[in-house]
Design a protein. Structure first.
Length: 554
């Protein structure tokens, strides 16, 4: 790079251009375009800094290169000499040895025989052939390519090991999370190898004889499904802001900040427990474990043992635990959903997102009902007391249910929160409509708008404002993810409601404030709802009031 710069300095300087931005009639920033080896315009800000030789005038530059993001100060002497008194690299996950020495070799996208994205479980549709997403933003090297630290090269793999998800069986039972030692025992477990063509096409033939031994016949289909669902969710949430900097789950972070080496270790047909699924989340930089157990229902003749990796709602519920844990209180703190109230809400977010991502038979039907885990549990009404629905006859839960014995357990408590989020989201769908495609286009981000996002607007510094999804369901997901990022550690219902209102303020300038308030107030978390007392005397007082400015508007 250095010799290239020396040789071609004039060419590079000629190609550069400068734009100033006007902030309160002062030129506070300048953007330098076409700076060699950078991936975005270099922002320059004039000011004064403290140096060994006293206070000096300096330009501060923010320089984003492919694998590093530097902040540097440059001072100018009266004789035209210059000095660089300060350089910092904002990229925390890159040591020089981790810089790739080459791009991955080309390969075609993998194919999977799976229940496609949006299908909640096998009762809703048949399997079809789906392709690995080609998403240069969320998964720049795809789902089956990993970075080898030893050779500094990308390797194309033919199994269900990749940069976001490491999927396999776990018939021999539980491995505790051993974050500190970077657990590699998962590597010894079985997983499908689809060969060079990457065709993950395996039998899935459930039958009335499905004992534990029988379901093992379709382990490869199960692992492929779990791998597909977890990668789709990784790519989807990347576009809503669960990226490297926010603490997402990837072994290699492409120099985009955050800590790497934390792809999800996902176990299909995990033994040791029944009728359950789990996700354990250590802090950023350590791999989480996702465990999908078998569900047993001896009274259900058609298929007595079910493999929960095929119940996508249950899988997304588990994966969402990782998201909420990393986002609440920041990616380095995994203990911010530990109070009884926030641990309950943790379950609510998981139910909510799993339900939001289901395909709708009629997406505009405001009062449709959705049951969680019905297929896995072989039970029409699922594993929760009520369905998620805006119909209060079918789901009457409100804030004061938190006082009831039944709602002291984490999952019931979570349904109260999940139902509130559901009301808010359906109000936004009523207002802004429904987008069946919850993935934004991946071309030309972040400027592509129109079908998914509203047109870009710019702030007073000339920088683009955060994009706003056009439709109600995508906007609801965006606001709820935004809110997780700035809500406090161990939030209460009231804290998390405040965070969602603030997220709407930041993203849409309070455009949806009244629709959000109405959703919460319908379920008793209105303006004057509060907690009284503490410990055994803690009481939740519900309230159905909305702010006065929301009463008249519709
Ligand atoms: Zn859960």
């Amino acid at each position: 790079m250095l010799s290239d710069l020396e040789t071609n300095l004039d060419v590079y300087v000629d190609a550069m251009s400068v734009t100033s931005t006007d902030d309160n009639e002062k030129h506070t920033h300048q953007y330098f375009d076409n700076v060699p080896y950078t991936v975005s315009p270099v922002k320059g800000t004039p000011g004064y800094i403290q140096t060994a030789g006293g206070i000096k005038f300096a330009w501060k530059f923010e320089v984003q290169m492919q694998h590093n993001w530097y902040e540097a100060a440059v001072t100018l002497g009266e004789d035209g000499s210059y000095d660089v008194p300060f350089v910092a690299d904002w990229t925390s996950d890159f040591s020089p040895s981790e810089e790739p020495s080459s791009s991955p070799n080309y390969r075609s996208p993998a194919r999977y025989a799976v229940f496609p994205w949006g299908v909640n479980d096998p009762s809703e549709a048949n399997r079809s052939v789906e392709y690995e997403r080609e998403d240069p933003i969320a998964s720049p090297v795809g789902w089956h390519t990993v970075f080898d630290n030893g050779t500094s090269k990308f390797l194309n793999l033919t199994t269900t090991l990749g940069n976001n998800v490491l999927a396999q069986e776990n018939w021999e039972g539980y491995h505790p999370v051993d974050a500190e030692h970077h657990d590699t025992r998962f590597l010894d477990h079985k997983r499908p190898d689809a060969g060079e063509k990457l065709e993950f096409d395996y039998i899935y033939e459930p039958s009335p004889r499905d004992t534990e031994t029988f379901v093992r016949r379709y382990i490869n289909a199960s692992i492929s499904q779990l791998f597909y669902t977890a990668n789709m969710y990784h790519d989807l949430l990347y576009h809503y802001g669960f990226n490297e900097e926010a603490g997402n789950f990837q072994d290699f972070n492409f120099g985009r900040r955050g800590k790497g080496r934390d792809a999800i270790i996902a176990y299909a047909q995990e033994c040791g427990k029944r009728n359950n699924a789990e996700f354990s989340t250590p802090p950023d930089g350590y791999r989480p474990h996702c465990r999908m157990y078998l569900f047993y229902n001896q009274s259900y003749i058609a298929q007595p043992v079910k493999d929960s990796s095929f119940d996508t709602g249950v899988v997304i519920h588990e994966l969402t635990h990782g998201v909420t844990s990393r986002l609440t209180g920041g990616p380095l703190d995994s203990s911010c959903l530990n109070s009884p109230e926030s641990a309950g809400m943790n379950e609510g977010w998981s139910d909510f997102l799993a339900t939001m991502l289901r395909d709708r038979v009629d997406p505009f039907k405001y009062d449709a009902s959705f049951y969680v885990g019905a297929w896995a549990a072989s039970n029409d009404t699922g594993i929760r007391k009520y369905p998620y629905t805006t119909d209060k006859h079918l789901n009457p839960t409100t804030y004061s249910n938190l006082n009831d014995d039944y709602y002291q357990d984490t999952h019931p408590k979570g349904t109260v929160w999940g139902q509130m989020l559901w009301e808010v989201a359906q109000n936004l769908v009523q207002k802004h409509g429904y987008n069946e495609n919850m993935f934004p286009s991946v071309e030309n981000q972040p400027t592509v708008t129109g079908k998914f996002y509203r047109p870009v607007t710019y702030n007073s510094e000339g920088k683009p404002n955060p994009l706003i999804p056009i439709h109600g369901n995508t906007l609801a997901i965006q606001l709820i993810i935004d809110a997780m990022k700035h809500q406090k550690c161990n939030p209460t219902f009231v804290d998390a409601r405040t965070a969602i209102l603030k997220a709407d303020e930041g993203r849409t300038n309070r455009e949806n404030r009244c629709h959000i308030w109405r959703g919460f107030a319908k379920r008793g978390l209105g303006r004057y709802a509060k907690r009284i007392g503490s410990g055994a005397s803690l009481t939740y007082v519900e309230d159905f009031t909305i702010p006065p400015e929301c009463v008249e508007s519709s």
